[in-house]
Design a protein around this ligand. Sequence first.
Ligand SMILES: Cc1cc2nc3c(=O)[nH]c(=O)nc-3n(C[C@H](O)[C@H](O)[C@H](O)COP(=O)(O)OP(=O)(O)OC[C@H]3O[C@@H](n4cnc5c(N)ncnc54)[C@H](O)[C@@H]3O)c2cc1C
Length: 596
Amino acid sequence: MSLYRAPLPDMRFVLFDLLDAQALFARLGFEDATGDVVDAVLEEGARFAESVLAPLNRVGDEQGCKFDRATGAVTTPEGFSQAYAQYVEGGWAGLVSPTQFGGQGLPHAVGVPLKEMIDAANLAWGNFPLLSHGATEALLHHGEPWQQEAFLKPIVAGQWTGTMCLTEPHCGTDLGLLKTRATPGEDGSYAITGTKIFITAGEHDMAGNIVHLVLARLPDAPAGSKGISLFIVPKFKVGRDGAIGERNAVHAGALEHKMGIHGSATCVMNFDGAQGWLIGEPHKGLAAMFTMMNTARLAVGLQGLGLADRAYQNALRYARERLQMRALSGAKFPDRPADPIIVHPDVRRMLLTQKALVEGGRALGYHAASLVDIVEHGHDADERRDADALLGFVTPIVKACLTEWGVECTYHALQCFGGHGYIAEHGMEQLARDARITTLYEGTTGIQALDLLGRKVMQQQGAGLQVMLRLIEGFCDDNAGNDAVAEFIAPLRARAAEWQALTMAVGRRAVADADEIGAAAWDYLFYSGYVALAYWWARSVAAAEASSHSDAFKAAKRETARFYFARLLPRTLAHKAAIESGAASLLALDADRFDA
Ligand SMILES: Cc1cc2nc3c(=O)[nH]c(=O)nc-3n(C[C@H](O)[C@H](O)[C@H](O)COP(=O)(O)OP(=O)(O)OC[C@H]3O[C@@H](n4cnc5c(N)ncnc54)[C@H](O)[C@@H]3O)c2cc1C
């Protein structure tokens, strides 16, 4: 089985040294988020993840969830519901939710390390509480007061869980095609009818009620995505007074059989005239759902990060123990029958790639969470506006890059184990299988790329990119005389200028041909991800040097940053060349000639 130790030293480094979270929390008015409280969250979260969730990871993979066709009930793997009870008991469910509804009101930047630890320990289990956070956000921003009163307290307490019901058999990415209907009733509620598929935690045995947030069409809805409304549909009916009623007409029809996350219940959900309540305005459901989807996208990015880190920890341990061959330059451990594989440059390439993507990705992801805190609690309007633009810009990067890097890292980690990674014993193949879903749900990587280049850059005149470029320029100016990072400043400045020029060039081509956006999007996304990570690596070196961390810690940051700039940042060259080659080579071949 793969082991997991929460990476508390690096989490603390990112929060306290790199992001200066103590000062940020004080400035935003989070009086309770003192250093001691944050430390306690990290320590206790680590204990819960390591000792309760991690041991259930293999159990969940082997047992999976069970579906009872006769009753429609879903039974989760052994120990899952008991772990959930401990999660609720520990007050984890409401860690970052408003105190008004029973939450602890801590910053999102404190919630992300907990999220990372949970996902690394047991991704399948982590999916059960995952969408409750999204449901909380949607209700907070779009729910009527009675809906907030009736639903939020039990969700925040963890007594009820949430789902997000978008996908239908014929529509995943293109929600404008959805067919689920909502018919108005006399009491102000709606009868919801239709079938949703792939619904995470749609049915399970962990909580007293399940609150489905469902996209459906009203009778007078215009066609396409402008005719979609959002409804709240509980498994057990809930009255306006919060009283729980009878079973609603929503049932699981089947469980999907999947490549990974076997312990996560992925359900077909049938709505047969189920009672639902409209959230927000009619036909504006997609906008309301986006509130939920953005939170969920950051959360899925952290899933990729968590799995990558767990895979890396195990690969590193194995590479120190496994003895094979001698180093090319002569024995490094002559007293042993062979050298440990960590001496071989190719194994070091795989290990350092994982370390650079994990630690850099952690900085990127946690910074995005701190932007959520600024957007929600900042006192200064300009600061809030900039944080909002930057958050919109980095959200698709966090979602897509952290999950694609999660897949890459779990594959590198498996490769470090050789054939022993491919067999089940060490748990590495489970991590690789589990990681694969993260690039698909909550919008595929291709869709994140379109969101970044099409919406966040082209439609919003690059507002978020400009904030990002100002951050990079500011860092370079502030550190012009800092010997610790001198070697990184010139390449970082060059990439920032190139990023700007590349964006303008794509924009010009897109005016003439909209397909140029689709053709450039994927490479633009990764180009952006690698430059953003270069910024975070340079900042990490500066922050480490200025901190009281050990010399070993500082050297590890410096050497990993050097590896990143030398061997991973050059990936931008290929992405730039692909972007500049334009759409022609992608579109020339007729669709009916692909198999000619
Ligand atoms: C395990 C699991 C759990 C899930 N959980 C949930 C859940 O809780 N709630 C929920 O509602 N859904 C859920 N989903 C559904 C998931 O979000 C969708 O599968 C995903 O959004 C993709 O939709 P699709 O599968 O229909 O693929 P399609 O939309 O058919 O896309 C197929 C391919 O075409 C590409 N593509 C499509 N349109 C474009 C375009 N315009 N430009 C470029 N490329 C494009 C996509 O990137 C993809 O590669 C889950 C799925 C799985 C497998």
